[in-house]
Structures are given as C-alpha cells and as structure tokens.
Design a protein around this ligand. Structure first.
Ligand code: IMP
Length: 419
C-alpha cells in the first residue's frame, strides 16, 4: 500500500524513526522536497544515523531510495552522507539510490547568499544557512543547475560561468563580498559530479518500470514551514504538504491510500516566527533537556511548547491525513500536569476560525493530569497509563483523525501500534 509521511508541526516531529519503521512494508522510499535543511534521526542499538538527504529507508536491505526532482541537493553533503553510510557498512549503490536528473544542485554561492541575506535582514527568518532558499530562487528564475546539467562537464561549465558573471556582480556591489573564482569552483564540483553521475537517472522511466512496487513518500520539514500554508515568511522555500509528493517526484500514477501525519506529544520550532504555545524559563528547559530538543542539522536549541491542537487540526485538514503518529510521549512522563491548546484568543476575543497570522495569538488551554510513570518500555497500547490514554484519546477526538502509532522512545523498537 502506498503511503505519504508528513510532519504536522514545524518539523523535527521524529519522522526519521517513523519512516524507518514504516518502510518495512514499502519497496521504494522517496524524498520529494527540501534539502539538507532536514535532519532525520534513526537510532539502532548503539548506532545513531542522521540523514539530511538520503531517505532513512537506506538502512533496510532490498529498499530503493529515491531523491526526487523537488529536492535541492548539495553535492558535497550528499557525497559525505553516502561515504559515512558506507563506512558504517551500509550498502549504497546506483541500485538502491536513485537521484532525479531534474533535481537542482546547491552551490557555495547559494549558501553564502543565504547567510548574507539573513544577516542583512531586519526581520530574520533563522534559516539553516544551507542555501535552500537561494537554490529554489534560481530554479524558479531559470538559472538553476540541475543534476542533468551538472553531470555534463560542458553544460555545467557554461551555466556556472554564466551564473557567476551575474552573481559575483551582486555579491560585490550589494553585499561587499568578494565573490567566487570560476576555476576553483568548477574544479572542485566537477569532481563531485563524477561521483554522483552513476546515481542520476530519469525517474519517470524508473517508476514506470516499477509500477507494481509499494511507494512511501518521505516528507521533510513540517506543515507550518510550507511556503504557501505555513507561517509565512517564517517558512522554508518548498511546498511541504502531502499533495506535493507527486510534483516533487513525477510519480503520477500511484494512489496513496494512507497519509500518515507525525506530531510530537508537544511541539517545537527552530528559527524565528510566531509560536502561540511557546514556553519560557524552567518549563521550556525541561522539555529541551528531556526531549533532547537541539537541531539535528544545526545544533540550535529548539523552542518548546505545549501541544497546539488548533494547529494540529489544521495540518490534518491540509494534508488529508488518514493516520496520526504521536511521537515522544515519554518526554511527558514526569510532568504533574499537561496542557493542550484547544482555542486561540486575540486580545479579549476568542477566535472561531483559523487566523491568517499567528502573530499576537494567545492560547486557551485544557489541562490534563500527568501519568507520572515511564512509558518507554511499553509496547502494547492497552499497557499505557490511563492518563496517557486519555490524553491521546482527547487528541484523536479533537483533530478528527485516528492515532495509529505512538512512539515512546528513541530506539527503533520503541513504537506502539494502536489496533
Ligand atoms: P531554510 O529551510 O533553511 O530556509 O529555513 C527556513 C526555516 O525553516 C527556518 O526557521 C528553519 O529553522 C526551518 N527549518 C528548515 N528545515 C527544517 C527542519 O528540517 N526542521 C525544523 N525546522 C526547519
């Protein structure tokens, strides 16, 4: 059965672990947007794997991992990721990793532009500085360099030269930055292109030849970082929501029966932007320490808050979610009471519909009694403490979607399937 997995909050919902679990009954796992701004973590025994570009399905034998046209690829990072997997004994070859010829590559000028623009902005976004935004800008303004261009030395050379002429001018005149030497950049990146060339293919043909396989789309970031439906401008530069899976991969003929949305039992955000249930002080620090809430990509401390059900309900709607996975339930184990946001208020007015902006919104909370016992060794839903079951049941009813899995720890096996 084909599935799409999607983050229902601001990213970092624990998708890596869920993908690793779900891909057991899938054949092909596909990334369709974003780039190495993502960091999907999987813990197996004592080993911790953090994936930025390669779908985490690569850890399972017999799976094919695909990086779709909607992804922006930093060649250097991708090669590092392939090498580090190989060093850990994971097989990566053109047989189990396929890269769309139409994906776009991130070059050093994108990364520098990301940093310089962010530095100069009055209203900062808090990007990961990985060059994601500037690369998507080039794609849409038709000066991007695609994989198919990159692996052809002549085309790459021509496009790079053409781009540098314009970009170096902008770097020098607008940003007072020295710019890039064509030769140094070309020589370094030509070598990367050689390494990646065997993985590059026309995915449309590959999908057509593998029509009967089971496909799993792996969304990166989270719904409220979506460039259209997120908390703009504090968003990423790609379309994150589930329906973009087709556009970002070209896999047009599959029917996805399940859209599995992942949400933490609380909520976090990295970078700037409004966050109605954000906590401060000791309580936020408890979440950060207990949940290890530091970015897998940048190491930045994540902002933490109570679960926002108004947001979650909207994400369920936006992604047409059929099943929810609640992650990190164990992080709430020690709290005396647990809150969830059930309504928004602006000033003295209770809002009846979802606001255009989350700026100036205050949450209205419902408070639950904490369960005050560890859940990380629980493997059967019925064995969860009563208060935890009540908490989960309230979430299901509020957002009108069923919870199918609950993750109760970092380890691969710490997941409960709800019947
Ligand atoms: P960018 O994607 O690097 O341009 O960053 C834009 C915003 O999205 C910033 O607030 C980042 O912190 C956030 N962001 C991007 N990718 C992720 C992610 O994978 N997890 C959480 N936040 C992310």
């Amino acid at each position: 059965m084909n599935k799409t997995l999607i983050g229902l909050q601001w990213g970092d919902e624990g998708k890596g672990k869920v993908i690793d679990y779900l891909c057991q009954d899938s054949d092909v796992i596909i990334r369709y947007q974003g780039g190495n701004n993502a960091g999907h973590t999987v813990v197996i025994g004592e080993d911790k794997f953090v994936f930025h570009l390669i779908p985490s399905g690569i850890l399972r034998k017999e799976k094919t991992c695909v990086i779709g046209n909607g992804v922006v690829i930093d060649p250097k990072i991708l090669i590092e990721e392939i090498d580090s997997l190989k060093k850990k004994g994971i097989k990566v070859s053109a047989k189990n990793l396929k890269i769309s010829a139409f994906s776009h590559i991130i070059l050093p000028y994108h990364r520098i532009m990301d940093s310089l623009r962010e530095k100069g902005r009055i209203q900062k976004i808090g990007t990961t500085k990985r060059g994601i935004g500037p690369c998507y800008v080039d794609k849409v303004s038709r000066c991007g360099i695609r994989m198919v261009d990159f692996i052809d030395e002549k085309v790459f050379s021509f496009k790079l030269k053409d781009n540098l002429r314009e970009k170096n001018n902008i770097f020098r005149k607008v940003y007072n930055f020295k710019g890039f030497s064509f030769k140094a950049l070309y020589d370094e990146y030509k070598a990367y292109a050689k390494v990646l060339k065997p993985y590059v293919c026309d995915l449309i043909d590959y999908f057509n030849d593998n029509r009967n396989k089971n496909f799993l789309f792996e969304g990166a970031q989270g719904t409220f970082l979506d460039v259209d439906f997120g908390t703009y401008p504090f968003v990423t530069s790609s379309s994150v929501i589930s329906k973009n899976a087709i556009l970002g991969s070209g896999l047009s003929f599959v029917k996805t029966k399940k859209t599995i949305g992942v949400a933490k039992a609380y909520i976090t955000r990295v970078g700037e932007g409004p966050f109605p249930t954000e906590l401060t002080g000791k309580l936020e620090n408890s979440f950060r320490q207990l949940g290890g809430e530091f970015g897998a990509t940048t190491g930045r401390p994540r902002r933490c808050g109570w679960l926002d059900l108004v947001l979650l309900k909207r994400a369920v709607l936006l992604n047409d979610v059929t099943d929810i996975v609640i992650t990190k339930l164990d992080v709430l184990d020690s709290f005396d009471s647990i809150k969830v946001c059930t309504q928004y208020r602006k000033g003295s007015k209770l809002l009846k519909s979802f606001p255009y902006s989350l700026e100036g919104i205050t949450p209205v909370y419902k408070t639950f009694k904490g369960w005050k016992s560890p859940v990380n060794n629980v493997r059967k839903f019925s064995d969860l403490p009563k208060a935890a079951k009540q908490y989960l049941s309230f979430i299901e009813k509020f957002v009108e979607a069923k919870i199918s899995f609950v993750s109760v720890g970092q380890k691969r096996e710490a997941i409960i399937k709800k019947q």
